[in-house]
Design a protein around this ligand. Structure first.
Ligand SMILES: [Mg+2]
Length: 254
């Protein structure tokens, strides 16, 4: 893994700035710091300003585990090209069948999890997130959650930071969503920044992609890393600056 903001990686960033690059970001832990409860997550004002500028310079998308409606609320007036919810599965409003499915799951596992203190189910419309950040014994909580969801047919789980995400078995993940958006927005290269297990299938995408993980990790497919979430601002600034420099150079030549 190489440090994306290092001088050594400058040619990688420069090439992304020169190509038609899709800039894709996860939300929690990437654009916004991780907080105790997902409702409290906020982007810093500086990140908002930079993401707005980046969205004007590159086709920019945000792909989150949140429901799309929730993600759109957090993005507000930032002019991103697309916002995708539910780990890549929700590009538009979820249909009634998938809403009913998540409700059925919540009802089915509710009783088994009710006695676990600090464990709560978040219904995200087209998926469930079962949080155990507040549980005292996290290993025990996770084991109990996995046992309960293991009973549900045609589902798959995606790991996360002190959360188990439950999705329909065939739902596309973040990798599929990123590849689709690259094609839809007629991009050639991809910059993808994420921080979590559910970003791994985007990191591992077979494409012309620079995968950047927030936080260095030995078990990740990402080739680049940022040291901590706060550095997202420096990455945004770098990409904006490189594109602006390229544009200025191009104008001079003409
Ligand atoms: Mg994340």
């Amino acid at each position: 893994m190489r440090y994306f903001l290092s001088e050594n990686c400058r040619p990688v960033a420069l090439r992304l700035a020169e190509e038609r690059t899709l800039c894709a970001f996860d939300f929690d832990g990437t654009l916004a710091p991780i907080v105790e409860h997902p409702d409290l997550a906020r982007m810093r004002a500086r990140t908002r300003r930079l993401l707005t500028r980046l969205s004007r310079a590159y086709p920019t998308v945000v792909i989150s585990g949140r429901s799309r409606a929730d993600l759109l609320r957090h993005l507000g007036d930032i002019p991103v090209a697309r916002a995708v919810g539910n780990h890549g599965a929700e590009t538009t409003r979820p249909d009634r069948a998938s809403l009913r499915l998540a409700e059925t799951w919540a009802l089915a596992i509710g009783p088994a999890l009710a006695s676990l203190k600090g464990v709560w189910i978040e219904n995200k419309g087209a998926s469930l997130a079962i949080h155990y950040r507040q549980a005292r014994n996290k290993t025990q909580a996770r084991t109990a959650i996995l046992a309960a969801v293991g009973e549900l047919p045609e589902t798959r789980t995606i790991g996360g930071k002190l959360v188990v995400n439950l999705m329909p078995a065939g739902a596309p993940g973040k990798g599929a969503a990123v590849a689709l958006l690259r094609d839809r927005l007629r991009c050639r290269t991809i910059l993808y920044v994420g921080d979590d297990d559910n970003d791994e299938d985007a990191f591992a995408l077979e494409a012309d992609i620079a995968p950047v993980r927030v936080g260095r990790s030995r078990n990740s497919s990402a080739r680049y890393f940022l040291k901590r979430q706060e550095e997202i601002d420096a990455l945004l600034e770098l990409m904006i600056g490189l594109r602006a420099a390229g544009d200025a150079g191009g104008k001079q030549e003409r």
